[in-house]
Write a protein that binds this ligand. Structure first.
Ligand SMILES: C[S@@+](CC[C@H](N)C(=O)[O-])C[C@H]1O[C@@H](n2cnc3c(N)ncnc32)[C@H](O)[C@@H]1O
Length: 428
């Protein structure tokens, strides 16, 4: 018990952080920890976890601490014919923290964003470049243009993400949600920060995204083929249209292993379920058979007879009836999408770390409405805008990189079917 308290104190000393706030916070944590341990009552620690690190600004001070900027018009694009509502999509060039603050001051945007998909740098300590000659590949050549630097790490990185998340939450509508793309090295720290900001009860999924083919490198450890997407809602009533995916050929063969005389694939399921019916019909004899002990028929005897007459019951050689389920009737609705996704990133990206378009489209379909606005404040190549255009949604992109803004403009201009009108703004 004393040991745990000691760890907390010595961690604090190692940080050699002199801020009054952290010192007091840690003293408080230690007091709580000690009293909780001595009282054997861990509940006094509180229901939620918090991440403590040097330089963590109180939430109430963040908005005021962010430098104010204004937006200056730097261009426009898209088709005027598509503008029925007067709304213009936005490409904003500048630091996203100040840009988010400026957006928050606009009434038509504040608390109106239904969906955020965003993919920040992952604290990789790398410089990402975009090649001039090989513009479609990630370049490691020193003469190629720097797209962006990813050099923040530790508490500095976590605080960078946290401050943006706090403003992002304020931009979300009451039916809004956020998907934050992150990697396995830093993602678990960010998860705790997101729990703090959005509340653990609004955490929906930690999606494993398979990003590439298996690698065979020399490292002592397992290959890494995944990153993660942390999915939170702002309230308990986010937009949700469900997410289904089609059955693969392998799924169909595995789930429907039998083939009938007409060549239709099918499987069978038991006609009874756990629990005995005391007085009702589903506990009665059907065709001289009682349901097995401790179970009841899934259907009343009349319905069982109807199913049998329609040829939807298969009888085993020992006289056991099972319900027939045909593959062609079941697979049309697809299967519920689970939390492991395989969406590999483009092999020839227009921008380094460009994400899979179909993945973002599926997120937009599941978590936004046709009149929703989707925001991405680490926009990179603009994949989120392209995906939003394809799904007929409004969008706002922010990125500080010259190369990113150029790539976004190129991608929007190259779209099949002109995009809806958009304005290009710069922060000043
Ligand atoms: C991982 S990339 C995003 C890639 C994007 N999802 C795509 O599919 O192309 C991260 C982006 O965040 C941008 N970025 C990093 N820090 C930023 C900041 N403070 N403000 C605005 N953009 C920033 C970088 O310029 C980079 O384009």
């Amino acid at each position: 018990m004393t040991y745990l308290t000691h760890i907390a104190i010595s961690d604090y000393e190692q940080w050699s952080y002199t801020g009054k706030l952290m010192r007091n916070t840690l003293k408080q944590v230690n007091r709580n920890t000690t009293s909780a341990l001595f009282n054997d009552d861990f509940n006094t620690l509180g229901a939620e976890f918090s991440l403590y690190y040097p330089g963590k600004l109180p939430e109430s001070e963040i908005f005021a601490a962010v430098p104010d900027v204004t937006f200056v018009r730097a261009g426009s694009g898209g088709s005027k014919h598509k503008n029925g509502t007067g709304w213009k999509n936005l490409v904003i060039k500048g630091d996203n923290l100040s840009a988010l603050k400026a957006l928050l001051k606009q009434k038509e945007i504040q608390s109106r964003i239904d969906l955020i998909y965003t993919d920040p740098p992952f604290s990789t300590n790398l410089t990402f470049r975009k090649g001039k000659l090989r513009s479609s590949t990630i370049s490691s050549s020193q003469i190629d243009e720097v797209a962006y630097e990813d050099t923040l790490n530790g508490p500095g990185y976590v605080e960078f993400i946290r401050q943006r998340l706090i403003l992002l939450k304020q931009l979300l509508s009451t039916q809004g949600s956020i998907y934050l793309h992150i990697d396995y090295k830093i993602g678990h720290y960010v998860k705790i920060v997101m729990d703090e900001i959005f509340g653990k009860k609004h955490f929906i999924n930690d999606i494993t995204r398979i990003k590439c083919n298996p690698k065979n490198f020399q490292r002592k450890g397992y290959g890494n083929v995944k990153d993660l997407i942390l999915f939170y809602s702002k309230t308990n009533r986010p937009i949700w249209h469900g997410a289904a995916e089609s059955f693969s050929e392998d799924d169909i063969k595995r789930l429907f292993p039998k083939i009938d005389k007409a060549g239709r694939r099918y499987t069978t399921t038991p006609l009874h379920a756990p629990g005995e019916t005391q007085n009702g019909q589903t506990g009665r004899k059907w065709k001289n058979l009682l349901p097995p002990k401790g179970r009841h028929w899934r259907y009343p005897p009349d319905e069982l007879t109807r199913l049998d007459e329609q040829g939807l019951i298969e009888w085993s050689s020992t006289g056991n009836p099972r319900k027939i389920i045909y593959a062609d009737e079941k697979v049309t609705h697809g299967k519920k999408k689970q939390d492991i996704w395989e969406y590999k990133d483009p092999p020839n990206p227009a921008y380094p770390t460009e994400k899979n378009l179909e993945m973002i489209r599926s997120i937009i379909r599941a978590s936004s409405n046709p009149d929703s606005c989707v925001l991405d404040c680490f926009a990179g190549s603009g994949a989120t805008a392209i995906a939003a255009e394809r799904e007929g949604r409004r969008w706002i992109l922010i990125d500080s990189s010259e190369a990113a803004i150029r790539t976004i403009k190129e991608r929007l201009s190259a779209m099949n079917g002109t995009p809806a009108p958009y304005a290009i703004l710069e922060t000043q």
